[in-house]
Design a protein around this ligand. Sequence first.
Ligand code: UDP
Length: 491
Amino acid sequence: MERAKSRKPHIMMIPYPLQGHVIPFVHLAIKLASNGFTITFVNTDSIHHHISTAHHGDSEDIFSAARSSGQLDIRYTTVSDGFPLGFDRSLNHDQFFEGILHVFSAHVDDLIAKLAGRDEPPVTCLIADTFYVWSSMICDKHNLVNVSFWTEPALVLNLYYHMDLLISNGHFKSLDKREDVIDYIPGVKAIEPKDLMSYLQVSDKDVDTNTVVYRILFKAFKDVKRADFVLCNTVQELEPDSLSALQAKQPVYAIGPVYSTESAIPTSLWAESDCTEWLKGRPPGSVLYVSFGSYAHVGKKEIVEIAHGLLQSGVSFIWVLRPDIVGSDVPDFLPAGFLDQAQDRGLVVQWCCQMAVISNPAVGGFLTHCGWNSILESAWFGLPMLCYPLLTDQFTNRKLVVDDWRIGINLCEKKTITRSQVSENIRRLMMNGEISSEVRNNVEKVKCHLKDAVTAVGSSETSFNSFVDHVQDRIESKLCNINGLKISRPD
Ligand code: UDP
């Protein structure tokens, strides 16, 4: 029997203050609101300031268009992350993370207390990023249903989840790090130590694991075990083993890829260049899209090798180069004359609407840092990838793309990157040949999994619907407990 929904559940959502986390949180917010939830979406003041500046100050409430067009009940507010707006969070990375670890929760606590007196219906559930260390503490204090949203692949969650096994088996945080294959993590058949997230590839001899990043990791992945529900931006058919292993421990729902058709919501932290004109008239599949995402830095030497490799390859390209890609204090990093030599064959922009660019038929491949959103987006449009992982989790994402699903190839085989290898691998990916056709066939299969998953009967949609039912049940039973009521509900 259809359950009578007594009141609209109200969920507060707090993404991690990074571009790659804000985007899937926004899409999830739209999806939940479209399913009848009231949402209060919370960005940090700093993220809000970036979005607002990037959109010339006319996005005070990023959901205003979505709200009026779709009649969705999404409210928007901001919270301090503990630092002033002018503080350079990228340059002062460790200090910023200390704040996220120790101070941020007090501001969230204040915000919830402030809203408690005046919000109707009252907030009854929190969806916070899995990297936050304070979710269970805040949920216990305010009697909220605790939902953890993991915006990356299940494999990465599964490995962090089992850090204790990596430690007890001597692959992480021991004096002499083991170098052999890891085959004891539930749901992971075998993984080489080099394919672990780089934070986990260290021994106590070389690296201090008391630094802020490690304190966050240890605490966050202990805290996620106390969540009532975990949502994962992946697809059951793509990661069945890791998901089953996690699902044996607690309710984990694979609901990805979380996209929304509401393109009107401003989420970019930088102003977007429009590449449509440049792409017009270019042959289908002829352009390589190159981007290292929102957060990673690349050494100047590596940028120079990639630049020469792009020129040598003869392939057309759009290259997203954030002004701080090398560092906010290094403004000039491209080789002299690069843009002149690229001529009409290359376009360099500081930021763009990635989905708009890679959905253009002229784009035929993606040189990526293996950020998880970029992988999902690339596969969604059937684009094979050239992989150049830069940050910790991206080394593990690379394994999924290149070794497991075989929908991409490595940019370089060795650690050092050379212009000739860059050029050779760009050509292997972009020109018709054995490698290119194999990865293109495979990416079509992954694309089908992604698209099938979000159809009405697909695994992600089914999983999302059961999450909706379960979270509503949990919210109602919490409310009944507060009111001292006993629930008796007909089946
Ligand atoms: N993105 C974008 N424009 C760009 C570069 C990236 O809109 O010029 C978006 C991209 O579509 C993706 C997100 O920013 O959704 C980056 O997330 P990802 O997980 O790929 O990498 P991260 O930035 O977290 O390292």
